[in-house]
Write a protein of this length. Structure first.
Length: 261
């Protein structure tokens, strides 16, 4: 028997599940539709995986098949522990911090790249980079917690790589702030390629959990992949940085929803 959340199950898995339940009950399609008050063509299309029925229709079918709809909904639902919820709450809060400090950091990096330090002295630059690194680590600890809970090895590994790479990158930014423009430019290109690749894989990791985390995670995964590809190409890095804005907002909201689930 398929052990999966029927409420979030998509076709053709949903049709196969209903087909299995009907066979276990010993009912023909005609006998099932008589009790469900739906037509034969509808149940045929559902079992064939041709349509996604409304949850109300699924509920009626399951009741006739002797299955508790709400138990089926909760069968594979993951419950976060109190400690995990605390981490998720901290994660989305630090995600907001990282979001806003990101604008300052981007401006700071731009002025460093152009050699203009009139608006941001060395001490302030170090403070900005430190806050950015700390907030990013706490932010992505939330996704590492999600990866652990849903046993996603890809997401677990890539979040660790992202956190380590971000901290190392910020340290390099600080120590190389007085280097010549050519070195800073090369460093920027390398960072775009590295982070582009990491975010591309992170997006794939999120997409793998779309059936468990919902449509918001699917949108987030797709955006992360686009951001990753844009950064990797370097010449589309500006587009990638722009798309990071809605991407981070979605990630913060996703962590918030999971923390309050």
């Amino acid at each position: 028997m398929v052990n999966k959340n029927i409420h979030t199950m998509k076709q053709p898995e949903l049709g196969k599940r209903i087909f299995e339940l009907r066979k276990e009950k010993g009912l023909t399609q005609e006998e099932l539709v008589e009790q469900c008050n739906i037509n034969v063509r509808t149940i045929q299309r559902i079992e064939a995986g041709e349509v996604n029925p409304r949850s109300y229709t699924v509920k009626i079918i399951l009741e006739v098949l002797g299955v508790d709809y709400f138990k089926e909904e909760q069968k594979d639902s993951v419950i976060f522990t109190a400690k995990e919820k605390k981490i998720l709450n901290l994660a989305w809060i630090f995600g907001i911090v990282y979001f806003f400090i990101g604008f300052i950091e981007t401006a700071a990096d731009f002025y460093q790249l152009t050699g203009d330090t009139s608006l941001l002295n060395t001490s302030l630059y170090i403070v900005v980079k430190t806050i950015s690194a700390i907030s990013f680590v706490f932010f992505f600890t939330g996704f590492h917690t999600i990866a652990n809970r849903y046993n996603s090895q890809l997401l677990k590994v890539i979040t660790l790589f992202l956190m380590a790479a971000f901290v190392i990158s910020n340290c390099i930014d600080v120590f190389s702030m007085h280097f010549i423009d050519e070195i800073i430019a090369v460093r920027t290109v390398i960072e775009c390629i590295v982070f582009g690749g990491l975010q591309l894989v992170f997006g794939i990791g999120i997409l793998q959990l779309k059936s468990k985390l919902g449509q918001l995670a699917q949108v987030n995964g797709i955006l992360e992949i686009i951001v990753g590809v844009s950064l990797t190409t370097v010449f589309l890095a500006s587009l990638g940085l722009f798309l990071l804005i809605p991407t981070i907002i979605i990630e913060v909201f996703l962590l918030y929803k999971l923390a309050k689930k």
